[in-house]
Design a protein around this ligand. Structure first.
Ligand code: ZN
Length: 198
């Protein structure tokens, strides 16, 4: 049985959470806006944390649930450290690597074969100590695949110097976290500059 979602899409939106089709690890990394001082944490309390894992259910296996806030924030910090290093071409932080590997290993994927009459079915059963540990494991595995998978070279940070959002640029030309956010601000700024120099 899938853990029922405790939150509605409205609650998620109200919390400022955006799910834009990025891998789970990228969505988690983007739950903090570093451009604010102090940084704006979109999962900064238990309710928002629940909301985040609730709207990510489509990327989580059966039996998963919201991890505790502190663990979610620790994994997020490690993922951001690794993503920053990847984007900047810097060496990976050992401590961040250790945490991601440790959490990824906390769940085991067991392939299972069954038959119904003439049909053969395979599925994967995930085993972890708690629903929260399972979610953290899947998020950590998502980070590993973002950093090493076929789109690893497409991991980017938004081109706006005041934005800290990561994304996987499936379209090679993509520079902005969102076209209606930073992309639009840049377009407006470009027009303003053109008007001044005209
Ligand atoms: Zn941006």
């Amino acid at each position: 049985m899938r853990t029922p979602s405790l939150v509605s899409k409205e609650a998620a939106r109200e919390a400022g959470l955006v799910v834009a089709g990025e891998p789970l690890a990228v969505d988690l990394a983007d739950t903090v806006k570093m451009s604010f001082d102090p940084p704006l944490d979109l999962i900064g309390d238990a309710r928002r944390n629940e909301a985040f894992w609730g709207i990510e259910q489509h990327q989580l296996p059966e039996g998963s649930g919201a991890p505790d806030l502190v663990s979610a924030q620790r994994l997020r910090a490690a993922i951001r450290t690794l993503f920053d290093a990847k984007v900047d071409g810097a060496p990976f932080d050992e401590e961040a690597l250790r945490l991601v590997n440790e959490l990824a290993a906390a769940a085991v994927a067991q392939p299972e074969l069954s038959t119904t009459g003439t049909t053969t079915i395979s599925r994967v059963r995930w085993v972890a100590e708690t629903p929260g540990a399972l979610s953290l494991a899947v998020a950590a595995r998502s980070a590993i695949s973002v950093l090493t998978g076929s789109s690893a070279d497409r991991l980017r940070r938004c081109a706006s110097p005041t934005c800290s959002m990561f994304f996987v640029a499936l379209n090679a030309k993509r520079q902005w976290c969102t076209p209606e956010g930073c992309g639009n601000r840049e377009r407006v700024a470009r027009h303003a500059r053109a008007a001044v120099s005209a």
